[in-house]
Design a protein around this ligand. Structure first.
Ligand SMILES: [Fe+2]
Length: 288
C-alpha cells in the first residue's frame, strides 16, 4: 500500500494518507506503520472512516511486531465497546472540563502502550486535543535542569493533582489511591528512548524532596515539556484518527463545556486494560 507521510512537527507526529481499510494489512504496510510509530510517536489519519474493530486492529498492530492476533483485536474491541470521550453520549468519560497533560494509567504497573481517538461526531468549533512529546522534552532538557533530576524518582498517582484543570471533578469516582514510583528519566520499553516521565495532572511529587521544593522542580519540568514548540494541537474533524504512544506523548485538552458543541471521540487502546489494574474500577475514568 502506498503511504504518504507528512511530518507534523520537527520532533514528533506524522500525518499518514493512503491507508485503506482492508481485512488484513499486508506485511510491508504493517512494517512501515510500525516503524513510523517508533520514529514519530504519533500518527494522524484524516478522512478515515473506520469501525471500532479496525481502530483496535491498528492499535494492536502498532503495539506488537508483525501481524496482530485477530482474536486479541476482537476481544479488545468487545471490552472497549463503550469506550468514548463525549459531552453528549450517555455513559461516556470526561464529558466536560479541562484536562492537564498526562498519560493514561501512569499509575499502573503496565500502562496502555498505544492510545487512539477517532472523530465520530464533532461539531465546530470543537475543543482540540493537545499533544507533547516527553521524549523530545528529555532530549532537549537544559543541562542545569537535567542535573537536578538525574537519578531522581517520581511518584505517580491516580488522584488528579490540584494544579488547575477540572480533572479532579472528573475523576472523583476513583476512591482508593494507587501510586507507583518511576524514574524521572524513564526508558520507554517500546522504543528504548528516555522520556521526561512526569506530568502536571497525576505526578504527585519527586521522591525525597519536600512538597514546596518538589512543586518548584516539577513546575520547571512541566513548563519545559509544555512549551509551545514542543506541543502539537489536533483540531478535530469527523473521521479523524489519531494514534499515539501513550508513554512517549502526553495529551491534554482545554475546557469542554457541558452543553457545548458535540464532541464525541471513540477511544481504543492496547492493551485493553493496563497491567496491575482491576478492570472497571479505574478503567474508563482516566481518559481524555
Ligand atoms: Fe487521557
Amino acid at each position: 500500500m502506498a503511504l504518504k507521510v507528512r511530518e507534523l512537527t520537527p520532533w514528533f507526529g506524522a500525518e499518514v494518507s493512503g491507508l485503506i481499510r482492508v481485512e488484513t494489512l499486508d506485511e510491508g504496510t504493517c512494517r512501515e506503520l510500525q516503524q513510523l510509530m517508533k520514529d514519530r510517536e504519533l500518527l494522524v489519519f484524516r478522512d478515515f472512516d473506520i469501525d471500532r474493530y479496525f481502530q483496535n486492529y491498528l492499535c494492536e498492530l502498532l503495539c506488537v511486531d508483525g501481524q496482530p492476533d485477530t482474536d486479541v483485536v476482537a476481544s479488545n474491541a468487545e471490552r472497549q465497546s463503550g469506550f468514548y470521550i463525549s459531552n453528549t453520549r450517555e455513559g461516556a468519560a470526561a464529558p466536560f472540563g479541562e484536562l492537564m497533560f498526562h498519560s493514561d494509567a501512569t499509575y499502573s504497573t503496565g500502562p496502555y502502550e498505544i492510545l487512539s481517538l477517532w472523530g465520530e461526531e464533532v461539531v465546530p468549533p470543537v475543543v482540540p486535543t493537545r499533544f507533547a512529546s516527553v521524549t523530545r522534552a528529555w532530549d532537549s532538557l537544559p543541562d542545569a535542569l537535567r542535573a537536578r533530576v538525574e537519578g531522581r524518582f517520581a511518584e505517580q498517582t491516580n488522584q488528579v493533582q490540584n494544579r488547575g484543570g477540572e480533572g479532579d471533578r472528573l475523576l472523583k469516582a476513583i476512591r482508593e489511591e494507587r501510586t507507583i514510583t518511576t524514574p524521572v528519566g524513564y526508558v520507554n520499553p517500546r522504543s528504548g528512548r528516555t522520556m521526561l516521565y512526569v506530568c502536571s495532572m497525576v505526578t504527585k511529587g519527586i521522591v525525597g524532596m519536600d512538597h514546596d521544593d518538589s512543586e518548584d522542580l516539577l513546575g520547571e519540568l512541566f513548563a519545559h515539556t509544555e512549551q509551545p514548540e514542543n506541543v502539537w494541537t489536533h483540531e478535530w474533524r469527523n473521521n479523524d484518527l489519531v494514534v499515539w504512544d501513550n508513554l512517549a506523548v502526553q495529551h491534554a485538552r482545554p475546557d469542554v463545556e457541558e452543553g457545548g458543541p458535540v464532541r464525541t471521540l471513540r477511544k481504543a487502546a492496547s492493551p485493553a486494560v493496563p497491567a496491575g489494574l482491576v478492570p472497571q474500577q479505574s478503567y474508563g475514568t482516566m481518559v481524555d
